[in-house]
Design a protein around this ligand. Structure first.
Ligand SMILES: [Fe+2]
Ligand SMILES: [Fe+2]
Length: 275
């Protein structure tokens, strides 16, 4: 077969090969020293954030396979299926990185479940698996749109992006944990391909069926309400003064900005404009 190398998923497939990284190769020696120098509240904020990341990566790694299957079942492009194999592998690398960081830097068992608030549990443990598992019995445009809106736009595009921002700000403001920052840089670059693919797939669906837009906006509004709830749930235990100068308003604004950027791209596709 002749592959269309000009298609965005095929370009991202090539980028995934070029930027392949090894979580086992990141030096965590400085992180071990830095970790011991953080106070209990600082450690708790990072454990909170990283517990959500670790479980989030485990959830997306487990939940993605039905999408790859559904795209093939619909007779979609081979290029998209090939791209999705890279995303599946990326998510496993992310699981490996956070698992290694906990094991080698924190070096003690952490009750990670204590950090999953009600909104987080709803998004990651209910909405995400439900939307993706649904594809096993229904490969309609609506079912696919709901999966992309949940996985690529809300979980990756809003929540993960906001989490990186919080973690980057925390590490940068204190000049600590270079191994974590290096891992986050790789994860963030991978995630930008994932979000770009989700937007591409949704744009394709919307250009073919603009009447899907009303369903998409209803779904996005429902998902956004839950996603924005994750931030105050996570930061509530720290009261007014959150370690590392993190602020609830700053994080909520950042999450909303991410949401609006993606919403605007999709809205332009419905209007028939180039992204
Ligand atoms: Fe990931
Ligand atoms: Fe991802």
């Amino acid at each position: 077969m002749t592959l269309r190398h000009d298609l965005p998923p095929m370009r991202d497939y090539q980028l995934a090969k070029r930027y392949r990284w090894d979580p086992a190769g990141i030096d965590l020696a400085a992180d071990q020293r830095d970790w011991a120098g953080l106070d209990a509240r600082e450690q708790d904020v990072l454990l909170n954030l990283l517990s959500m990341f670790a479980a989030g990566e485990e959830a997306v790694a487990s939940d993605l396979a039905p999408l790859l299957w559904a795209v093939g079942k619909r007779g979609g492009r081979r290029e998209e299926e090939m791209y999705l194999t890279t995303q599946l592998y990326d998510e496993s690398l992310h699981v490996e990185f956070f698992s290694r960081w906990f094991a080698e830097v924190v070096q003690k068992p952490v009750a990670r479940e204590q950090y999953y608030g009600p909104s987080y549990r709803t998004v990651f443990f209910e909405q995400l698996p439900r939307a993706l598992d649904h594809l096993l019995g229904d490969q309609s445009s609506r079912a696919l749109a709901r999966a992309y809106l949940t996985y690529h736009i809300t979980v990756e595009g809003v929540l993960a992006e906001t989490g990186y921002q919080a973690a980057f700000l925390a590490c940068r403001r204190r000049g600590v944990l270079p191994g974590l920052v290096a891992g986050f840089e790789h994860v963030k670059r991978d995630e930008s391909r994932h979000i770009a693919y989700g937007l591409y797939a949704l744009q394709s669906l919307l250009r073919a069926e603009p009447q899907l837009w009303e369903f998409c906006t209803d779904t996005l509004n429902e998902l956004l309400g839950q996603a924005l709830g994750v931030i105050p749930d996570a930061l509530a235990p720290y009261g007014e003064t959150i370690p590392f100068g993190i602020s609830l308003a700053e994080m909520t604004d950042y999450a909303l900005d991410q949401f609006n950027k993606r919403y605007n791209v999709l809205e332009r596709a419905v209007a028939g404009e180039a992204a």
